[in-house]
Ligand binder design. Sequence first.
Ligand SMILES: [Zn+2]
Length: 330
Amino acid sequence: MNDHLKKYLFENRSVRIQAVRLEDTWRDALTHHAYTPAVRRLLGELVAAATLLAANIKFDGSLLLQIQGDGPISLVVVECKMEPARAPIPQAPEGTAGGSGRPGTAVDLSLRATVKVREGQVVPEDGTLQSLLNAHGEGRFMVLLDPRRKTPGQQTYQGIVPLEGDTVAQVLEHYMKASEQLDTRLWLAADDRHAAGLLVQRLPDHGGQVGEAPDEAWNRATQLASTLGADELLAVDTDTLIHRLYWEETLLTFDPQNVRWHCPCGRERVAEMLRMLGRDEVDSILAEQGQVEVLCDFCGKPYRFDSVDCAGLFAARAPMADAPHPPTVH
Ligand SMILES: [Zn+2]
């Protein structure tokens, strides 16, 4: 069962709405980590935000939210990779006007993330974006767009996000307004089971609707969403949530996008890293700890190599010239 990101448009195309509620993805994200509630909440809000922002742009590559912190947390990176859809996506229900209508254009969103807590620091339970990452005003928040296939000379786009605001949502709303000139409102929340978010965006040049002032639909869309608390955002599935908020509106719906957690780490990659480290180093870790344990930087998955595994690492690649005798077959 996949998580999905869902997109909607007001019928007059003046307001875009996106919603995501991650369950399996978020469970996978937390599997190998024991985050404190404050870190989990912050990371979950950034994961939901990265998913919403990635789905909001037309781009072939990865969107990264990266904060270098000066408080108890020294680094948070969330990457949302946009890639061609692998599995067929359920069709939009009948009677809706949405859907890409073009086979092969569906995009999956895959996420990974890392958090580094500064050594020796205790993360307070009531830690916030500001107190955890910008305690001395030296935190740096960047949005990066990394194209999948770089053309020669093409750079990764880097946008600086001023750390102005108490929450991830406020900081990103300011950024969207300043960088995209788009009015965007975000609602984000995370607990130990779900990470969820809602994005409401005013679209430019929609032409308006006869008899409706330009701001009317936007004001209505944001006022309705402002009634939403974090508990409701986390507890209620996306379809129900959107219905509760916007049942009086005619919404165009689009094909949902699959969202999943994916880390490309694997035992063979770790083995290669240990070979690069060299036999002496690996032997000395073995002597000291009885085994070699490497944790993936992103997902935290542990890879363990005992003395037999380690011998295998080097034996398999030993050049023939080093072998004392030619191999014999019995
Ligand atoms: Zn990993």
